[in-house]
Design a protein around this ligand. Sequence first.
Ligand SMILES: Nc1nc2c(ncn2[C@@H]2O[C@H](COP(=O)(O)OP(=O)(O)OP(=O)(O)O)[C@@H](O)[C@H]2O)c(=O)[nH]1
Length: 283
Amino acid sequence: MNFQWYPGHMTKAKRQMQEDIKLIDLVIELVDARIPLSSRNPDIDDIGKNKFRLILMNKSDLADKRQSEEWSKYFQAKGYFVYGLDARTKNGMKKITDIIMEACKEKIERDRRRGIKNRPIRAMVVGIPNVGKSTFINSYAGKAVAKTGNKPGVTKGKQWIRMGKNVELLDTPGILWPKFEDQMVGLRLALVGSIKDEILNTDELAVEVIKLLKDKYPGILHDRYDVNEDTKEVDIIYEIAKNRNCISKGNEPDFGKAAVLLIDEFRSGTLGKITVEWCKDYE
Ligand SMILES: Nc1nc2c(ncn2[C@@H]2O[C@H](COP(=O)(O)OP(=O)(O)OP(=O)(O)O)[C@@H](O)[C@H]2O)c(=O)[nH]1
């Protein structure tokens, strides 16, 4: 995955989405539960205005539950329906249909008044690269994937996946780009592993992990390593190197190896369930 977005590329992707959005009732936007704001696209609210909105906080298995609850309230207060999930599992997929029905109840009601019965809700999955769009579509569709053919009045080539009798999903998710001109956003995307490490080298990224842990989850460091709040970030990484046997040929603690180890453990959830962006910092 890379972020080789060029202005032409972005304009084209945006135009495509503006076209596709005309066909749907509901926008299902995936965000990364660890960075619910940095993993959003700044244009989606404009593109998706007048549509029913559902935010799926994906990768919730890696996020801090308490923070996810705060973020759910935050988004709900802004009028979105919200649900947290691990798109790799089928758990909760049935619940998503219920939430979709609830989110679109005005449309269902409107159809009923007009005498239209059983017209499925049409939805489209959108989100930045690597947020889990394809994984979600596959899990949600499960075994019952049935692509419905082109329908009259629908742009040729569009394929819909029928989800039970009530929902149809556009089979290709809409890829949006993050606010990557914002350095902080780039850093956070790199932290969770959604953009290549080249944006920062792994040594720098490891220092950022330590800063985050010191600020938000000091217990994680204190429980594992012989450090206190005054220990400098770099020294903590040397301490990790010694403690975890990251030793260079000259028998010195290997900073680089420890940095990679720390980042891997952070991204995989081995260090614990960690949310990088906390709601209270944005209210
Ligand atoms: N831990 C965890 N990993 C997930 C979850 N959902 C997706 N992943 C992983 O995240 C990675 C990206 O998932 P994709 O489904 O390819 O993401 P995408 O949004 O379709 O990506 P693009 O095709 O780049 O736009 C894969 O390695 C998935 O296994 C989740 O809920 N939890």
